[in-house]
Design a protein around this ligand. Sequence first.
Ligand code: UD1
Ligand code: CA
Length: 460
Amino acid sequence: MSLNIVILAAGQGKRMNSACPKVLHPLAGKPLLRHVIDTARALAPQRIVVVYGHGGEAVPEAISGSELSYVKQEPQLGTGHAVMQAVPEIGPADLTLVLYGDVPLTRAGSLKALVAAATQAKGLGILTVKLPDPAGYGRIVREAGKITRIVEHKDASATERAIDEVNTGIMAIPTARLDDWLKRLSNKNAQGEYYLTDIVAMAVEDGVPVTSAAPADAWETLGVNSKVQLAELERIAQRNTANALLEQGVTLADPARIDVRGLLSCGRDVSIDVNCVFEGEVVLGNDIVIGPNCVLKNVSVRAGTIINAFSHIEDAEIGAHCRIGPYARLRPGAKLDEHVHIGNFVEVKNANVGAGSKANHLAYVGDSDVGSGVNIGAGVITCNYDGVNKSRTVIEDGVFVGSDSTLVAPVTLRAGAYIGAGSTITREAPAGKLTLTRAKQMTIDAWKPPVKKQKPEPKA
Ligand code: UD1
Ligand code: CA
């Protein structure tokens, strides 16, 4: 059995009240349409054709891929008209599966079940659900249990509106019949649109079997028409991710207070406290503890590391058994070896930090190569920027940098150098020696504390 997939994404999404085309709004860190395309890919189709229209070229510009082709639908005259535009682009595969770009959470397994049902029936398959409140949806009309047609809510009689089985919009159609059926569509209906749903009655008329399948969970068929629905689906997606993490053995202080906007992979015995946000690709090794309110974006962390509360980490690599935060900031290009300590209000950017080195309080380490066993005191700043160019600071193994020192790059501190507190280092500090720049301390013996001036007596 071979498959084409057509994704309908031309609709306006007026109720989003946004300049951004609806299918580009992010859900769990990824555009709605991207979710649908990723699911479509899991079915290994011959072709994926996306029908776009509203929002112009923004959609194909934002999402591209070698296996994707785009067709423009303009004006948008209904779901049948949309599929018609895709016909020249779809291949001769046995079945053509129609998905919606604004229905992001359908699981591949449910689609496979639909495709299997259509294949087995040698006919057309519709993904349907029963809803307690079916208002607004197309209703599945059956006679003696067999589907005879779909009637849109606006065209339905009172009896038909009482039907609680609805069309989710997802359909698997025998490709060989598609072109003929679409050509026979008319727009003589309540909305003046070419309804894709009208092909169901045509199939019945032509003696093509029509069957249905149900998704594993009803939320899989929820669509996004407003920010309210987008927020609801975001919570469903996050709950699903949290459940998957829990089932895999991750400890979550509260599964309702974690947001994964990308891919989070965890080793054994990882524990994540509340209100953490994971973006992009985050890889956590074994035995890792993440404190509350941390943000990690494109980060890898090796086994046994603790990241304390309120740390913000982006495009960084953290070695094993490190201690980060609270309130640490690791910016792009921060690479920490094992047993590194980065404490509160320390910022590290584009810097390598060797094993066992520590910067525990209020420091900036940027564009630097820090060796192992280095101690960077409180308030130390690498002055990496002269207003035009960035330069590197090299701090070799075993260096001790006293508090409140400024290291003016380019500069090198040789192995075992000891920098006195408060120094401004502009030239190489030799290995194993104390280097400091400091005005001599003095005490003025004759000094007397200032005395408050007497106000002149008011004249009597
Ligand atoms: C459609 C179905 C209805 C089903 C419901 C499920 C038809 C006629 N009706 O109704 O039976 O219960 O979905 O949500 O198919 N689109 C285009 N071009 C168009 C029109 C729509 O690309 O000209 C796209 C939209 O962007 C959207 C999808 O098709 O992704 C569905 O369109 P929408 O207007 O939401 O269809 P409904 O009227 O809700
Ligand atoms: Ca809709």
